[in-house]
Design a protein around this ligand. Structure first.
Ligand SMILES: C[C@@H]1N[C@@H](c2cn(-c3ccccc3)nn2)[C@H](O)[C@@H]1O
Length: 441
């Protein structure tokens, strides 16, 4: 490490504790972006906002004073968290990330540190508590999204230009610490925080605070899982410190994009978060551009598993608490696929066999999963195993498949080329000869 750092990474290599092992094994999460922006739904005064719906407050066509009054309309009469949790369970999500407070500063829990919360809305009641309870009851872990940026708070600053700015921001940091403490005390079963809005100079130039905050939260709630987006080191480096070591428990920079190859993730734990439309997190009445199909989204999930990372799919409920039909359809379609093929994802990781033309390898122990997206015209899937690894048997949906040995440790798996409308999985049971080199494939 060429640069001495006080507030850089404090650990090299991945966490090996049980909480992190559980996070890693779940592989598939549901993101939910819900808040006042769902009332506007990406439009105002008959004009459509082309940006991300949750950023409409920054649109010049929408007066901030108007946005800041939307809380008086927040009354999700169709909000049924147990239904939300059931549909997430049916989709196959193992964890869920909920926006407690997005950049606009509106809190979905009755925080005692600001009046800008659900308590001031016609709905009045806590949104977060019943949601955490409902999801946990279905066996789904909950993580809390928290935006450091807070456009509503008078002491928020994007940069510190004057002594008055510094005094205000000092107060703001106390507010942040108070709200995070409040969230952990009120919702002790949550497994971690998903921080966002940490790119401004005010935050970036205070690496010491982000470091102390992370350590404070870990002490308050041992085992907490926090990604790389929270921290900056004392030189303003984010995600990776000035010696290129990952800060936080996993790389949290994959937003609406995924790594292509193992070298892109350097052996670190990582998580990708993805939208169904091009770039909408909160509810937008008019989805413009490409809307990803369930097969596209399944491929992203499998690709993430094959590269040793988690995949989180985002949903933006409407202001009344219901989900749009495109989102319900995808939860059902993905869930139907996961019910049959989830074994290739849950508890699985990279196989160390490279990237085959026909799709992706994932692996759990000696079980190698071939997740097939592209059947070659020959109808034969080429498989090359490392030396000293023998293929015990192959099966598809429980039915045996007979591999053809075509070279040293090289096989053709015959699958025929009948038309298919969804990816499918071939399971290879392998065994490694005694003394096979290396701890893994
Ligand atoms: C998880 C996602 N992160 C938030 C975001 C992303 N960005 C952003 C800001 C500057 C450049 C690229 C992306 N701003 N806000 C989005 O609003 C959503 O919450």
């Amino acid at each position: 490490d060429s640069i001495p750092l006080q507030h850089g990474a404090h650990r090299s290599g991945n966490r090996t504790d049980a909480d992190m092992a559980r996070w890693r094994s779940l592989r598939f999460g549901q993101f939910v972006h819900w808040g006042l922006y769902a009332i506007a739904g990406g439009e105002w005064n008959g004009k459509i906002y082309n940006g991300a719906a949750e950023w409409i407050r920054s649109w010049k066509e929408m007066p901030t004073a108007v946005y800041d009054q939307l809380y008086k309309q927040f009354n999700p009469v169709n909000y049924h968290p147990e239904q939300w949790a059931q549909q997430a369970k049916d989709m196959g999500a193992g964890y869920m990330i909920i926006t407690t407070k997005h950049h606009d500063g509106f809190c979905l829990w009755p925080s005692k540190y600001t009046r800008y919360t659900v308590a001031a809305s016609p709905y009045k009641k806590d949104i977060i508590g019943p949601m955490v309870e409902a999801y946990n009851k279905k066996g789904i872990d909950v993580y809390l999204y928290f935006s450091i940026i807070d456009w509503n708070h008078p002491d928020w600053r994007t940069s510190l230009k004057t002594p008055a700015d510094s005094a205000a921001y000092k107060r703001f940091k106390v507010f942040v610490k108070n709200q995070l403490t409040e969230l952990l005390v009120k919702y002790p079963t949550v497994k971690g925080f998903w921080f966002d809005g940490t790119w401004d100079d005010s935050w970036k130039n205070d690496g010491a605070f982000s470091d102390e905050l992370e350590q404070y939260l870990q002490k308050l709630h041992p085992g907490l899982i926090i990604g790389s987006r929270l921290r900056a080191d004392e030189r303003g480096a984010r995600h990776f410190d000035s010696n290129n070591h990952l800060m936080g428990d996993y790389e949290q920079g994959w937003e609406r994009k995924l790594p292509e190859q193992p070298a892109d993730v350097h052996g670190n734990d990582w998580e990708g978060v993805m939208t169904i439309p091009e770039n909408q997190w909160g509810y937008h009445a008019h989805w413009l551009g490409h809307i990803k199909s369930s097969n596209e989204l399944i491929e992203m999930l499998v690709k993430s598993t094959s590269l040793g990372g988690n995949f989180v799919l985002n949903f933006g409920p409407k202001a009344d608490g219901t989900f749009r039909s495109e989102e319900v359809q995808r939860m059902q379609e993905i869930g139907n696929w996961m019910k049959v093929n989830g074994s290739a994802v849950y508890g699985a990781s990279e196989a160390g066999l490279g990237k085959p033309d026909w799709g992706y390898y994932t692996r759990r122990g000696d079980s190698v999963f071939m997740v097939v997206f592209n059947v070659p015209v020959s109808g034969n899937l080429r498989v090359k195993l490392p030396a000293k690894t023998t293929l015990a048997e192959a099966s598809a949906s429980g039915q045996p498949v007979t591999p053809e040995l075509i070279g040293k440790n090289e096989y053709f798996i015959p699958v025929g080329n009948a038309p298919r409308h969804a990816p499918f999985v071939i399971l290879l049971q392998t065994s490694r000869a005694a003394g096979a080199e290396g701890g893994h494939f």
